[in-house]
Design a protein around this ligand. Structure first.
Ligand code: FE
Ligand code: FE
Ligand code: ZN
Length: 281
């Protein structure tokens, strides 16, 4: 079985997003914890959450992925932005305890001119202040393209952040196929090498989720423009290989492809299930 879902709006609540996922053949999903550009989060609705937890149990959902707002930057040169980001993350993670045992993905941050080293130090320091020993959520650093002053375009940078974290069992990685390709990792012609590099530098045991996207741009372009599966430069063959890799089996695959409506995702999920050979290679 392949664990697959897509990014959906949680505006109607957890139960609604769960039902929406079931209706398109998904057994996981991703949602923004709040408006992607920041802002306040919706009130917690216990009834809605309980209804979702029942649904999750009944239909055997895999781990769901919360995505932090894009504007969050734990290592901003502006202290007010960095502090605000820390507060947002802490509040999000406290709220995640209402749906315990799931995943919280975020973009490591942009050093905005301070340099990678200082950026990494600030991110790790912030995480060390935020994470607590008995939290049930795993916090995922997303692999990025490395555009601008973005941190996380190199596996080494992710590793350096993790190295500094005190509560290492709370930290994992989400690999975004569009991002790593745009960052220069050739998952089309050399997937074996990229997986080995990931394992050598970060460790495959840290990999907790895959963002499955095609790319509008070319290898190493550092652009970060997602494309529908099979319509971009990564292409069908590479995606087919990726979903059949034993290293990725059991991970939630989340589509973040540009779709006009939910049917676009339904079709893509059907298509990817069709790629899945059902046995581990
Ligand atoms: Fe992301
Ligand atoms: Fe992503
Ligand atoms: Zn992206």
């Amino acid at each position: 079985m392949i664990n697959i879902g897509c990014h959906l709006s949680i505006s109607k609540g957890f139960e609604a997003i769960g039902k929406e996922s079931l209706s398109i053949g998904a057994n996981t999903f991703q949602f923004f914890t709040r408006n992607p550009r920041g802002g306040s989060a919706k009130e917690i609705n216990k009834e809605d959450i309980n209804a979702f937890l029942n649904l999750k149990e009944k239909y055997n959902f895999k781990k769901i992925v919360a995505h932090a707002p894009y504007t969050m930057n734990l290592c901003s040169v502006k202290e007010s932005v960095a502090d605000f980001s820390s507060r947002v993350m802490l509040e999000d993670l406290k709220r995640m305890e209402h749906v315990p045992g799931n995943l919280y993905n975020f973009h490591p941050g942009s050093h905005t001119g301070q340099g990678t080293k200082i950026g990494i130090e600030k991110i790790a320091k912030a995480l060390n202040n935020i994470l607590w020993p008995d939290m049930s959520t795993e916090v995922l650093l997303e692999t990025m393209t490395g555009k601008g002053s973005e941190i996380g375009g190199k596996f080494e940078e992710i590793r350096e952040i993790i190295d500094e974290i005190e509560l290492k069992d709370k930290i994992g990685v989400c690999l975004d196929t569009c991002h790593v390709y745009d960052a220069g990792y050739d998952i089309v012609n050399n997937l074996d090498k990229v997986i080995k590099e990931f394992d050598d530098i970060i460790g495959l045991s840290r990999l907790k989720a895959i963002h499955l996207n095609d790319s509008k741009n070319t290898l190493g372009s550092k652009k970060d423009r997602h494309e529908k599966i099979g319509k971009g430069n990564i292409g069908t063959d590479a995606i087919r290989t990726i979903v059949n890799r034993k290293e990725f089996s059991n991970l939630p695959f989340i589509l973040e492809t540009p779709q006009e409506n939910i049917n676009g995702y339904k079709n893509e999920i059907d298509m990817i299930k069709g790629y899945f050979l059902g046995e581990l290679k």
